[in-house]
Design a protein around this ligand. Sequence first.
Ligand SMILES: [Mg+2]
Length: 344
Amino acid sequence: MPHNRLSHTLGALLGLHAGDSLGATLEFLPWSQIQTLHPTGLRSIIGGGPFSWTPGHATDDTDLTRAVLLSYLDYENWWNSSDSKAPGASFDITKSCADHSLSWLEGRWPDRDPGSGPRDIGGATYTGLANYQKSGDPRKCGAGNGRAGNGSLMRCVPTALFVYDVKSTTTEERKRRVRESMEISSITHNDVRCTVACAAYNEIVAALVGGMEVVKAVGEGKRVADELDCPAVFKAIEKGEATSVVRLAKYGPGDEFPDQTSGFVLQSLTLAVAAVLDVRPLEDVLVDVVRIGGDTDTNGAIAGGLLGARDGVEKIPKKWLEKLQFREEFETAAKRILELQGRL
Ligand SMILES: [Mg+2]
């Protein structure tokens, strides 16, 4: 492989996990308090926070990314089995994601007792999955318009990494990636700002993992927001292009990013775009994203996914990687998917 797709694929998954685990310690704290506690930023994964995490434990961001990752693994296993050869056979990736997410909601999950709820869950995520629990229809369970949190953006990245059909043309591959990004978002977050944010984010990731230069890759995100006729997402990406993570971390979010704790999807997207355009090493950028405060774990996860896709897994500090709960599982699953796709 001319560009190391495996390294950048693992970088996206483990960058997201690392950002989540780093930020979990400071979730909900305002910038000013973080400044006092960690004047130069928190540089180690130490756990704690409002939900008393052990260091490196996945929070909802990484857990639900795992749900989507397992669905792509299921799909590739199915595709390579005799089941897929039966007449009329099909695999519903959206339903598979909803089922794995429901397993998480209901406690069928590593380190959890069956029947126990997750320690931390977003409002729209809960509404969507509770609707799915009742209806069983993954296309009619979203929390509805106006619910525009970052809960689907934080879990969407596996689609960017694994929707790559070597037999199809680039256009077909891109169409499928956009469609699946939006449908998987809609299980919980069907507000158009959320579905298009996921599609745009995933086009940026797919471009980076494919070896495209970062400024151009961000342009791919704007291109799809434009095609999907969503000026709000287009503008959020443009705002990211004009935002300095260094400045926000040093002087605080102020009026530029009001209400850091809201978890508004476009705010997280803007920050992630600003982060990926920051030329410093991944570690320094991610530490600064978390320093800004508010929804630190999710902002860290979303920015971490882009930074890892940009830099590759080797650029994630070893002291972070060795703490991550799902490191081995994510590595094994990603390698297996690429292998089944004939790309390793
Ligand atoms: Mg979280």
